[in-house]
Write a protein that binds this ligand. Structure first.
Ligand SMILES: Cc1cc2nc3c(=O)[nH]c(=O)nc-3n(C[C@H](O)[C@H](O)[C@H](O)COP(=O)(O)OP(=O)(O)OC[C@H]3O[C@@H](n4cnc5c(N)ncnc54)[C@H](O)[C@@H]3O)c2cc1C
Length: 408
């Protein structure tokens, strides 16, 4: 039989109708493929665990400007002892804050308008990949059914069933994020704030992000080893009670709270015979910010044309998927690794005292100018490298880390 004429129920089954699953479904159904999206919940966009930051570049890919709650021009970044580093320029949008529920729903709607089918209350329970496709047993509305597809794509988030079922490894880091939604925080319009220090967000940072109608999202993230037995809620309480900043938080009223994982560090091989992983399932969140929507979009955008041709020809073996995905995925993985090394060097592996001395450098007018000129939320590596090269106090750090690892 000609591989291209094999009959499977679907060309592509995507597990997970989050933003990355929805966007992937849209790109593939726009190219004429029969796409089925499986979502285990009975609605899109719930539960929601996200600060809602979407970069202008990621937003451009989906054009969902109606889901924006706030525009953000910059960040007021506080060092452990209070040194303030303002990054950004009034009137120049650096990022958007979206309503994740509306955003996810709208991304999935785009896929459906392009012809994709969505099954809610549906999830896979078993799968077998063979030379012509993947046979899947799924539950749909509580009933077991069998379907077949040429290609299975796991967009099923941090704890991906697809990744675990096909034994595709684990992301390098799994951060834990915690967030509340509050009213009553006095913030500077169009600016978000970041707070650092080992009592608040060991190795990482806490944030306050305006989210429309005078409400804000207050959150923090870290890793289990850095929390060292403390709960993330304890760190949140430390932020609200911090001697330097507690007055700012005194009048807040909490309206919601949630906690979720942030997987960062792309798995070695996000492809196997007839199986691909995209987005959080593959560990795509940025090590510097935790943002996962933009990198998930970039991961699929970089391969979609060649993938579409391969789906049309039903040439989707591991070797074929490797030749489509490897160089793009490797490039992204390398970039993530470099960003992580720079993050560790400048922030995550520093005691508070060292971090304070870094903040003193960051706060110098010529360094702020450099940050504003080169800083890009999406591509932090050029800025990190410029800081190491151009700020004399940081040069010794570059040597400590081994220039080779960072500049390779
Ligand atoms: C506190 C916090 C704040 C964050 N803030 C930001 C931010 O500001 N900006 C940003 O870009 N990112 C942020 N992130 C990360 C962001 O939420 C994720 O990177 C992003 O949601 C990844 O999208 P995804 O589609 O890959 O996965 P998900 O959004 O996790 O979507 C996966 C979907 O798959 C479904 N699913 C899971 N398993 C199955 C299954 N077995 N069968 C069927 N369906 C299944 C889920 O229900 C879900 O709908 C944050 C994360 C946390 C925890």
């Amino acid at each position: 039989m000609d591989a291209g004429t094999t009959t499977q129920d679907w060309d592509v089954v995507i597990v997970g109708a989050g933003p990355v699953g929805g966007h992937t479904a849209n790109l593939l159904s726009t190219r004429g493929h029969r796409v089925l999206l499986l979502e285990e919940h009975n609605e899109i966009g719930r539960p929601f665990q996200c600060a809602g930051l979407v970069t202008p570049n990621a937003m451009k890919q989906v054009g969902l400007y109606e889901t924006i709650l706030e525009e953000v021009d910059g960040a007021l970044i506080h060092g452990p002892s209070g040194t303030l580093v303002p990054v950004g320029t009034d009137g120049t949008v650096r990022t958007y804050v979206v309503c994740r529920k509306l955003f996810d729903e709208a991304v999935v709607k785009q896929a459906m308008v392009s012809g994709a089918t969505l099954w809610l209350n549906s999830k896979p329970i078993s799968a077998e990949a063979h030379s012509q496709g993947v046979d899947l047993i799924i539950t749909r509305e509580g009933k077991e059914i069998t379907i077949s597809t040429k290609l299975l794509i796991g967009c099923d988030g941090a704890h991906s069933w697809t990744r675990r079922f096909f034994k595709m490894g684990r992301p390098k880091e799994l951060m834990v994020g915690f967030q509340t939604e509050v009213v009553g925080y006095q913030y500077r319009k169009r600016w978000l704030e970041m707070y650092s220090g080992s009592e608040i967000a060991p190795g990482f940072f806490a944030w306050v992000i305006p989210s429309g109608n005078d409400s804000c999202r207050i959150g923090l993230w870290s890793t289990a080893d850095r929390l060292d037995g403390r709960s993330i809620e304890e760190c949140y309480a430390n932020l609200l009670d911090h001697p330097l900043w507690k007055e700012r938080f005194a009048g807040i009223k909490e309206t919601a709270r949630y906690c979720g994982p942030v997987p960062s560090g792309m798995i070695r091989k996000a492809y196997k015979n007839r199986v691909l992983l995209i987005g959080d399932a593959a560990g795509m969140a940025k090590p510097t910010t935790g943002g996962g929507i933009g990198p998930g979009f970039e991961q699929i955008n970089g391969i979609v044309d060649r993938l579409s041709t391969a789906i049309g020809q039903n040439l989707l073996s591991e070797d074929e998927l490797k030749s489509i995905a490897k160089s793009h995925f490797e490039k992204m993985r390398k970039e993530q690794n470099r960003a992580r090394s720079l993050r560790n060097l400048l922030v995550s592996d520093c005691e508070d005292e060292e971090l304070d001395s870094h903040f003193e450098q960051f706060a110098k007018p010529e360094v702020i100018e450099l940050i504003n000129a080169i800083g890009d939320i999406e591509k932090p590596v050029p800025l990190g490298m410029a800081l190491l090269k151009k700020v004399p106090a940081f040069r010794k750090l570059a040597l400590k880390a081994g220039m080779k690892m960072i500049f390779s």
